[in-house]
Every structure is written in C-alpha cells, then in structure tokens.
Design a protein around this ligand. Structure first.
Ligand code: HGY
Ligand code: MN
Ligand code: MN
Ligand code: MN
Length: 414
C-alpha cells in the first residue's frame, strides 16, 4: 500500500550533522577539499548508507558518485538529483552537502513509504564542484555533460601538491563496492537543492528560491615575472619588480564597470610571490581573478578590461606577463518545465517562493546542457557562504527537502 512519502526531519538533520563532522574545523565549518582524505571519508559514509538501504552505488572515471533506487520501468532514463560533497578549505557545513543529503533523504522517504516511481531516481555527488584545490570547479558535472577535459586535468597539481591522477585513482579505489559506469549516462531531468549563498531569500523572508538561471564565471590566473634581487642594495630604477606590477594591476581592476553595474563581480582571492622572502624582490607574483556577470557579452568586456590593465602594468613595471584562463563558464538558463515543477510543489506545500538567478556557479549549470534542469535554493543566515560561519535554520532545510521530495514524486512519474 503506498503511503505518502514524508521527509524524516530528524534523520535529515542528523545526516547533515554526521557529514559536518567529516573535515570539521574548529570554527564550525568544514575543510573537505576535492579528492582529499576527508572527501573520501564522506563518499564512503554515503555509499555505505546507500548499500544498507539496498540502493545500488556507481562511480564513473572522474569519481562522480551515483546512488540508484530502481523505478518501475528500467527502460526510462533515471531522474537525477543531488549536488556535491567537496568543500572550500574554509567551507560551511551546508554548501553542497545539504543538496546531496536532501536528495538521499528523498530516496529514503520513497523507500520508507514503499512508493514506486516510474523512472529510477539517482542521487549524485559530483566530483570537485568547488575548484579550490584543483581548478576548474565543476569538473565532475562538466565531464558528465561532455564538456570536460579529463585527460588534460589528470596532470594538474593540487594547491597542496598531489597530482589529480593520483588522487583520483586513490578515490576510485577507496570505494570498491561502487560499480564503474561510463561518464555521462542519459537522464530525464536534474534538480539540485542548494543554499542560496546570498542574502535575498532571508531579507525577503521567502523560504524557497526557484532558480531560473546561473550567471557566467571566468577565472584568470595572472603571473608577472621580473628579476629577483636584493631588497636593500637594488635602487628602484634598477628593479623589475612583479609585486609593484601586480599591486598596480589589482588596484585598477575595479575601475571598469563595477562601480556602475550592480550585477558585476570581481574578486582577487589568492596572491603569491616567489620566492616569498621578506628581503628579496620577488621573481614572480601570481594572483587569481574571479569575474562574474549574468550577461555573457558584459563578462567578456570585464575580462578584456582585466587583460588590458595587466598589460599596462607589465609595460609600466617592465615585467613579463602571462595570463592563464582557468575557468570559462558561460551563463545558463534553466528549463521552464522544471522551474514550474518546483513552483507547483511549493504551492502544494503552501510554501512561498520567488524566482531568482544564481550568483554562484553550480553543477546544475553544466547538467543543464544535457537534460532539463533547475535548482531549489534555501536561505542561509546573513547570506554568508564560503565561510565557516555558514548557517541554515533547521526549518529551512526541512522545507527545501520537502519541496525536493514532492518534485521527485512528480518528475519520477512518467
Ligand atoms: O564559486 C562558486 O560559485 C561555487 O560556489 N563553487
Ligand atoms: Mn556548492
Ligand atoms: Mn561553494
Ligand atoms: Mn554547486
């Protein structure tokens, strides 16, 4: 007899707490960077819980982890839900994990109620969404959508050293119970639940965001190279100082359209000098630039401005310039059918919702290229994320999971 599946709130909250303990940091966040030890512990815990429920577990060659609950008709492509388990080095307990664990809760709720969906339902934890340890981000979902470059990525070194190929092999080997499957199988649709990571929902007191699009992102890695020399004996006019060039370039970056365009975002997140000694004029300085905008043409204008300013600084300070593009994610618009399915579920559950564009990139941005996709956002306190203070109230987690479960029931039916 089919009961109405219900989210088991206590189980979901306990699950979020269990995963928050994996890579937990003293300040209450998580450091569970892609393909590292803690990432492997989290994957194992999820896989073990899945096997214990009789679900099947798969991974592909970029270690995307899939958990499958069979449907009535195996000839139908599965409905895919989920997010990621990897985090920023100073990550919050909810970014990625909440979406993945809410998706797993939906599978458990269906199983508890004995509800059979026509489509199989699969939960995915995509590999390396964050891109902080290994750039680019969204490696797993990019590969799943046929936009990856796995062969090229294998030789990338992590910010803490290990080459991706080794960490990937270790991660795959750590889950022998997971059956291997080719990258990029057909799916009927994808729905990703995620924290908003911004302040809008909380400020408007709206419990659910229905994400209609994701803005574009570009990551540049800028290196100025000069000549290492003695800090004390080298007069200014004899210097080829890459730090002066970098500081001048960075100071000028915000001068383009940022002040007049409220949608433009530019962040210099990392800077490093080689050899990095207090009394040596650096040999080279490398910094990262993260540029975002909802409009692809404007994103290109901002990138051009960044390159122009770096070229000007390179000439002014007589230093070599090299710019590597690490990420180029065009903006993406989600499927109207999935957006409306999420809105209809909110209505059925009596939950207020509002449409919005995501400022953060997500795995859904890439899966959107191969299947109808959209996202569910829940509010996070003060809009804080990529920060150990990230926080989501219990009732918002539960509402989000209830919407996801209702959407799964509807989309799982043929
Ligand atoms: O950077 C991003 O937008 C994502 O949250 N990793
Ligand atoms: Mn995320
Ligand atoms: Mn993130
Ligand atoms: Mn994401």
């Amino acid at each position: 007899m089919n009961m109405k599946p219900e989210v088991n709130a206590a189980r979901l909250l306990a699950s979020v707490a269990d995963f928050a303990a994996i890579g937990a940091t003293p300040a209450g966040g998580v450091n569970r960077q892609a393909l590292g030890v803690e990432d492997r512990v989290a994957r194992r815990l999820l896989a073990e819980r899945a096997l214990a429920r009789g679900f099947s577990v798969f991974q592909d060659e970029i270690a995307n982890l899939f958990i499958r609950r069979e449907g009535r008709d195996a000839s139908l492509p599965p409905l895919l839900i989920g997010s990621h388990l990897d985090s920023q080095p100073n990550g919050g307990r909810f970014d990625g994990a909440l979406g993945t664990l809410s998706a797993f809760e939906a599978l458990e709720a269906l199983a508890d109620a004995g509800v059979e969906t026509d489509h199989a339902v699969e939960v995915v934890a995509f590999t390396n969404e964050e891109g902080s340890r290994y750039a680019p981000g969204c490696m797993g979902s990019m590969a799943f959508a046929g936009a990856g470059a796995l062969a090229e990525w294998q030789s990338i070194h992590a910010t803490d050293g290990p080459v991706l190929a080794e960490e990937l092999a270790t991660t795959l080997a750590a889950l022998p119970e997971a059956k291997m499957r080719p990258i990029g199988h057909a799916i009927s649709a994808f729905v990703e639940l995620h924290i908003e990571q911004g302040p809008i929902l909380e400020r408007e007191d709206v419990p659910i965001g229905v994400v209609t699009a994701v803005q574009g992102t570009k990551w540049l890695e800028v290196t100025f190279s000069g000549k290492a020399a003695h800090a004390g004996t080298t007069p200014l006019e004899f210097r080829k100082d890459p730090m002066s060039a970098a500081v001048a370039a960075i100071a000028s970056l915000q001068s383009a359209i940022m002040p007049t365009d409220p949608d433009a975002r530019l962040t210099v997140g990392r800077i490093a000098a080689e050899p990095g000694s207090i009394n040596v004029i650096p040999n080279s300085v490398t910094f990262t630039v993260d540029i975002r905008h909802p409009d692809a043409a404007t994103l290109a204008v901002i990138e051009r401005h960044v390159r122009d300013e770096c070229e000007a600084a390179s000439a002014r300070w007589d230093c070599e310039l090299a710019i590597k593009q690490r990420v180029d994610m065009p903006p993406g618009r989600f499927a109207q059918s999935i957006v409306e399915a999420i809105e209809n579920s909110c209505e059925r559950l009596g939950l207020k919702s509002r449409r919005m564009v995501s400022g953060a990139f997500h795995d859904a941005l890439f899966v959107n290229r191969v299947a109808p996709t959209a996202m569910i956002f829940v509010p996070c306190r003060d809009g804080i994320s990529h920060n150990e203070a990230e926080f989501v109230a219990d009732h918002h987690m539960i509402s989000g999971a209830r919407v996801l479960l209702d959407v799964v029931e509807r989309l799982g039916a043929n």
